[in-house]
Design a protein around this ligand. Structure first.
Ligand code: HEM
Length: 443
């Protein structure tokens, strides 16, 4: 057994002292996992809130093995809502779904507390602990992000429907909105890219920083959870702030024009944040995340002629303008007809079927990324597309009806295939050190 594994439950480090930094004699010989696990276990078992105090808070970068200047390029980790939802979308994504392997509710809470403590440090641009430990113990932090800026790192955690089975006595806490998603027309879901008890969305402008989160969460969770599937994403496919230029997806079209933007706080209240209407108070201030891995049949798309591509979306490829307008943000006129009486934006156009006007006024916050995972060994074609992420107040009223309509009639269906899926309840933000993901769910 390593030294870190023998750390005593409840062992504390001085406030602000880096985790396993080697600065202070006693803590320096204990790894993050041992010390924090002990402290977390103590707090969880005692029902206390002490875990993380002085540990999750950012210490001095000089002594902690900082991943850059803590102040620069960081997004606050604590707050009313989890970061990574209203945060303007960063450039890179590392996403993972985990399955819990333990049947011990306290072990799960300890893991979530450890994740929270580590997330607070990483979000502040800090490593989770020392990389230079006692010679015979593994480093606390895996080290690949040392010296890198946080790149506006956000870490967002959610609970899947399967988390609420009978393992942890939480079935009565399952929100009604956390449904098992129905099968949609055209679905070709791969079970190895679908579902999960937990999800972690790590977004940063630096791919190594985002990956570092998933890797270290998996490491912290070893013995309690295993990674079920994961997805890397590059190139945000949505603008989620008016300060951002609209990016293009792999089909070459501007994506995110008619999205909810961070500045639309009324839209966030109406369509994204769970409010007092929820049947589960622990979800108030949270949101529901739909993840869909949508492969693009790129070779077929690239052979399509431009007028058809534009009719598929209902927008001009170059400018992003609707077929009924001249510039990107011109109002979409779904009723406009050409001289021959045909709809200018065709009946099957993606923006017609997805628009709030077609869906009882409902909107979603899209926050997806492009992905590529090499080539299909059977066909030689690219495995690339959109890793669709969308946040909403209630998927029963938002994603499900919209995707039912799109799955049935979207002209885009000829060029895409949904092959991975997940729905997760993302609880509200963490208040301060000592809080953890879903803490009130367990109380
Ligand atoms: C590979 C799959 C997809 C691609 C390439 C894609 C691409 C696009 C593009 C280019 C636009 C127009 C620009 C914009 O307003 O953002 C758009 C709009 C939109 N998409 Fe998608 N999309 C995909 C899947 C989905 C899915 C699965 C949903 C939801 C179930 C969805 C919901 C929407 C919505 C709500 C809009 C805005 C419509 C409006 O109000 O004008 N999209 N999408």
């Amino acid at each position: 057994m390593t030294e870190s594994a023998t750390a005593q439950p409840g062992a504390e480090q001085p406030s602000g002292d880096p985790i396993g930094s080697g600065e202070k004699a006693a803590p320096s010989r204990r790894g993050f996992l041992g010390v924090a696990l002990g402290a977390a276990a103590g707090a969880v078992i005692a029902g206390g809130a002490g875990f993380g105090a002085g540990r999750a808070s950012a210490g001095s970068s000089a002594s902690t093995g900082s991943t850059g200047s803590p102040a620069a390029d960081t997004v606050p980790f604590y707050g009313t809502h989890q970061a990574g939802i209203a945060t303007p979308a960063q450039d890179r994504l590392a996403f993972a779904a985990f399955d819990i392997t333990s049947h011990d509710s306290q072990a799960v809470q300890v893991m979530l507390a450890l994740w929270a403590a580590a997330a607070a440090r990483m979000s502040a641009g800090l490593s989770i602990g020392a990389t230079e430990t006692a010679p015979q113990s593994p480093p606390v932090d895996t080290g690949e992000a040392l010296g890198l800026s946080a790149g506006k790192l956000t870490i967002t955690v959610g609970f899947g429907p399967s988390f609420f089975d009978d393992r942890f006595g939480l079935s009565a806490k399952r929100p009604a909105a956390l449904i098992d998603l129905p099968t949609f027309a055209g679905d070709a879901l791969d079970p190895t890219r679908t579902g999960g008890d937990l999800c972690v969305q790590a977004c940063s402008d630096d791919p190594t920083v985002a990956f570092h989160v998933i890797r270290n969460f998996a490491r912290i969770g070893r013995g309690t959870a295993v990674m079920r599937w994961s997805q890397l994403g590059f190139g945000r496919t949505s603008s989620t702030s008016t300060s951002q230029v609209t990016p293009r997806n792999l089909m070459g079209f501007k994506d995110g024009t008619n999205n909810i933007k961070a500045e639309d706080t009324a839209d966030f209240d109406d369509y994204v944040w769970v409010g007092a209407e929820t049947d589960q108070p622990w979800m108030q201030g949270g949101s529901y995340l739909v993840a869909r891995r949508i492969r693009m049949l790129i070779e077929a798309w690239d052979a399509d002629y431009i007028a058809d591509q534009q009719n598929v979306f209902g927008r001009i490829k170059d400018t992003g303008a609707p077929l009924t307008g001249k510039t990107e943000f011109d109002t979409v006129d779904l009723n406009a007809k050409a001289a021959d009486g045909a709809l200018v934006i065709p009946g099957g156009a993606h923006i017609r079927l997805a628009a709030p006007a077609t869906n009882g006024g409902q909107k979603i916050l899209r926050r997806g990324y492009s992905y590529t995972d090499g080539t299909d060994p059977e066909t030689g074609s690219l495995d690339a597309g959109l890793f669709f992420l969308a946040y909403q107040k209630d998927p029963r009223k938002q994603f499900v009806p919209i995707q039912t309509r799109l799955g049935a009639s979207d002209a885009l269906n000829e060029y895409i295939q949904h092959n991975g899926s997940g729905l997760f309840a993302v609880p509200p933000g963490l208040s301060a050190a000592g809080d953890w993901f879903g803490k009130s769910l367990f109380s």
